[in-house]
Design a protein around this ligand. Sequence first.
Ligand code: SF4
Length: 722
Amino acid sequence: QDPALEGATWHKTVCRYCGVGCGVMVGTRDGKVVGVKGDTENPVNKGLLCVKGYYLHRIMQTEEGRILRPLIRKDGKLVEASWDEALDLVASKFREAIDQYGPDSVGFYGSGQTLVEESYVANKLFKGCIGTNNIEGNPRTCMASAVAGFASTFGKDEPMGSLDDIEHADTFFIIGSNTAEAHPIVYNRVTTRKQTGQDVKVILADPRKHRVADIADIFLPFKPGTDLALLNALAQVIVAENLHDPDFIARHTKFMQGDEEISFEQYAAFLQDYTPEKVAGITGLDPEQIRAAARLIGARGRKTMSMWCMGINQRTVGTWLNNAIYNLHLLTGKICQPGNSPFSLTGQPSACGSVREVGALSHLLPCGRSVTNEEHRKQVAAVWGVDHTKMSPNAGLHTIALFKAAGEGKIKALMICCTNPGHSLPNLNSVRDSLQKTFLVCLDAFHNRTTELADVVLPSALWCEKEGMYGNTERRTQHLAKAVEPKGESKPDLWILLEIARRMGYGEYFAHYTSNEVIWEEYRKLAQGTGYDFAPYERYKQERGLRWPITDKTPNGCAIRYAEGYDPYVPAGEGIRFYGKPDGKAVIYARPHQDPAEMPDAEYPFYLSTGRILEHWHTITMTKRVPEIMKGAGEFYCELHEEDAAAMGIATGDLVRLTTRRGSIVTKARVKGRGVPQRGMAMLLMHDDDPERLTNFLTNDAVDATSKQMEYKICAVRIEKV
Ligand code: SF4
């Protein structure tokens, strides 16, 4: 027993970092956080934590970098102000812009790290009261293609399966995900299956050899940007070798190419361009390796779970890649059963709960509704108590368009909550320029590369300084208890947003929000009958999370959607019904391979990709406050292949200049890092917050045509030894 924890009171909460959503117990004594431990009763992590979770208490103990009082820019400098002064200034600037230039002259950029209730209130304020759909959030940068993939294939967002599938699957197909570093507790559950001697196989498909390769039985290091060709080749082998399930296909799917419905035979003919031999030249893979992987994915009697993340989503073909992974499961009928599960991993702790489910993106309304659908606007307005005719019928600006509009002077005032776009958005020189051309308000707990550009900075309470809800990667909604009072003068984002709403003249729509529970119960009304059904607030305080939909038939939640016996919306006798589609059938799309937006050429001869390491979280505003983490992983670098490095005379530790069409940085090279990029490719860690070395000075802001997600994962770069 650690003496620091003696006499501590323990509070049930959820990890502040990734989308796995591990249960964490926070220990407090004398009003201070003294330690944390994994929640042994939480089924997600069963008491385990990764290194970030293990040191969570450190972010609560430090004042270094914490924003403790409201700040207002005066004579070019941020100076302390009272809450009244700061809030009145924000309210008057937003009011002024709306009155003079209309509702679409303001915007909000939120986060998958805010609480559900906070995001819900921001959505209502901007869409319901102000009348603009210019409300975006950082899930656009990580999950938008997953959302669009689910919507186009199944008609509804979010996975059908859950993390329980890990314990039932026989084969794991991991593509575009460094699960070992980005979702460590998920990875731990997979490795446990292997280490306990079970007949489990792992296929890894990734251009870079990273830690997941350590447990892979088949490794497919395809050339960057050729994964759609690979996925089509896997489908081609499955069909050619009769590993598909004709009965499942006939009952539960249909085929589409573009907007046209096609037959199975036409789809099979489309796949003829993607035989393993034909794609070998595109992907650089051995045809027999592709066949071996397809046979394992499609093997009768073996259950297959696919997992993917940013390598798939952060691409100009991100939506199509999501569709192509579902194709493998739909062709083989390996879906909606324990262990047969296409499972899209989520990055942030509440990207699902606070943004996708709440509908806090510029085209969405709560619980799968759309801003362009009049009936949906009426349903939401009735619950919000606002006039539906004042709600905009047009989709707002997506993230890249929103920041470009700010740069063009069209967004007069922009509120940023709990995220750091001045570091995290691609083509960053352009974004930082835009941020300086609008009245910028930041709500945050720690100073970062965005707050340094703000006109007003409002200090937010951090993690267990407030209570509320998060929704994790498997539809599990979890309650976070408040354990300590906020530091300094900081306040929960919920309080800040409600104060701004009141001072802008919208108080009547929010006056009854006297607690998180009241807001949750209003939101719950919008969820009822949509398939997103939630439980009463009080239950989440007792439970270790519940997976929606929760109805009278499924009072303890739903592990598998669309499956009879699990999902209350599937009528008896139907077996499986993809009820997001009017005909109940999921769509198998014929999606052709397409090059990334930017390919290497004579001037910029290498592929550049971006990635992360286990110890750090995003733009390191929190993890850099943890001395133990900085001691072990305080250096950021660019990984190169040994032969490329040797050809340029570069060794580990040398400084290299990386130049793309958008910017240039100098950073350290590492020849044998945690991963090994293939020849012709460099991998740059996304974390470094040195103002001269921000990764996103280099990255490309080209977007997927459907999801509007950006292609962080591939651009062309020149590398020179300095
Ligand atoms: Fe937190 Fe994710 Fe680590 Fe779990 S895996 S402890 S949720 S960072």
